[in-house]
Design a protein around this ligand. Structure first.
Ligand code: ZN
Length: 256
């Protein structure tokens, strides 16, 4: 058996034995659906300085930059479809194995794959809202307005500033969302972190929280992470391919 095969066997048997799996996903699962990793070399944040939240609120030029970056980013979100990794997690939830997914991603691919409990710690890019009254618009509707040259979008109900429902640089994480993420991380006995470099805080603290509550940590990521040393298993491979292999083994053991 290769190292990869024995890792897949190990992960399948841990999932089998687990009472409650919690998944944590980062950019790596979305890149497998064709969405670029903003933090990678050549990615969005290597070409544009990020727009800080306070500047967005106070400076029309920064708002223009925000919407220009967004206009460039969104087409890949609109064309992306959930991949085998997203589908496997939705399937595990349906089978009652998985408690939920905590994600750093803002593309809603987990929900589109059928996942019901998804905690979006960086919010979502798929809706835009009024910062004053919370009236909401679908991302596609806003894209049409950006394509038509609009760049200082205002609420037609109250005149407030519109912004995507993402957590921006310099904007605090919503306290209720972080509370839910910590709660979820605390309740699992198997915590699988996928496609995240596990360096961005506070997200990087969630696997630690899970381990402190006695969970076993599994990391599936192409690159090494600062928590590899603490993981029971590290799989250096694609998420979709790995979870597909795991699901095939779980299917076999269920029919035995
Ligand atoms: Zn409004």
């Amino acid at each position: 058996m290769s190292d990869y095969e024995s890792s897949v066997e190990q992960l399948a048997s841990w999932i089998q034995a687990s009472r409650a799996v919690v998944a944590f996903t980062g950019a790596g699962i979305s890149t497998e659906s064709g969405i670029a990793d903003f933090r990678s070399p050549g990615g969005l944040w290597s070409r544009h300085a990020p727009v800080m939240f306070d500047d967005f609120v106070n400076d029309p030029e920064e708002r223009r930059r925000f919407w220009e970056i967004r206009r460039e980013m969104m087409p890949s979100f609109f064309s992306a479809v959930p991949n085998a990794g997203h589908l496997a997690l939705a399937e595990l939830e349906q089978r009652g194995k998985l408690l939920g997914v905590i994600t750093q991603n803002i593309d809603e691919l987990h929900q589109r794959a059928g996942s019901r409990r998804v905690v979006e710690i960086h919010g979502t890019a798929m809706t835009v809202h009024c910062l004053a009254c919370d009236k909401r618009w679908a991302a596609r509707e806003i894209q049409v307005r950006l394509d038509a040259g609009e760049w200082d979008l205002r609420c037609d109900a109250c005149g407030g500033l519109l912004k995507s429902r993402t957590v921006s640089f310099g904007q605090p994480m919503p306290a209720d969302v972080m509370r839910e993420a910590i709660q979820l991380a605390s309740r699992g006995d198997l915590f699988i972190a996928m496609g995240s470099s596990l360096v961005v805080h506070p997200a990087a603290g969630l696997p630690v929280t899970a381990m402190q509550r006695g969970a076993r940590l599994v990391i599936i990521n192409q690159e090494s992470t600062p928590l590899d040393f603490a993981a029971g298993l590290v799989v250096r491979a694609g998420i979709g391919e790995t979870l597909s292999e795991v699901m095939a083994r779980l299917g076999e053991s269920q029919s035995k």
